[in-house]
Design a protein around this ligand. Structure first.
Ligand code: THU
Length: 132
């Protein structure tokens, strides 16, 4: 794995067990590489009022934006699955807000990168106020 990807991977792995997912028992962690070279992690945070649960992507974006960064260079999503876990539809739009169509997305389990894709492939035809 190249250096940046390795760092994103180890950061996502280090917070994976912090996911608060007592209802689904499905932990997700995310690492975002900001354009400022900082790494922002996030985990899913569920709630007994189910719709109030937050995806890991939203948690990581919240940290990044709070820190004053609004551009993502690379994205890594981690779940304990054999097949790649992809961001949900809503999170694709959330991520695209701060990404480019060519922004790399690494889909991982706890051992490996299972698939490398891009935001444009995950969300073709993204809603974009600037193009309408
Ligand atoms: N989840 C995420 O955190 N990110 C995704 O992209 C997919 C789903 C969480 C939401 C919920 O807490 C659990 O995974 C099961 O859906």
């Amino acid at each position: 794995m190249k250096q940046k990807k390795t760092l994103l991977f180890s950061n996502a792995k280090s917070v994976f067990s912090n996911a608060y997912a007592p209802y689904s028992n499905f932990n997700v962690s995310v690492s975002l590489l900001g354009i400022n070279a900082a790494i922002y992690t996030g985990v899913n945070v569920e709630n007994s009022a189910f719709p109030q649960g937050m995806c890991a992507e939203a948690a990581a974006i919240g940290k990044m934006v709070t820190d004053g960064c609004t551009e993502i260079d690379e994205i890594l999503v981690m779940a304990d699955t054999k097949k790649p876990t992809t961001p949900c539809g809503g999170c694709r739009q959330r991520l695209m807000e701060f990404s480019k169509p060519y922004t790399p997305v690494y889909l991982c389990n706890l051992e490996d990168v299972l698939e490398e894709t891009t935001m444009g492939l995950l969300l073709p035809g993204a809603f974009d106020l600037n193009t309408i």
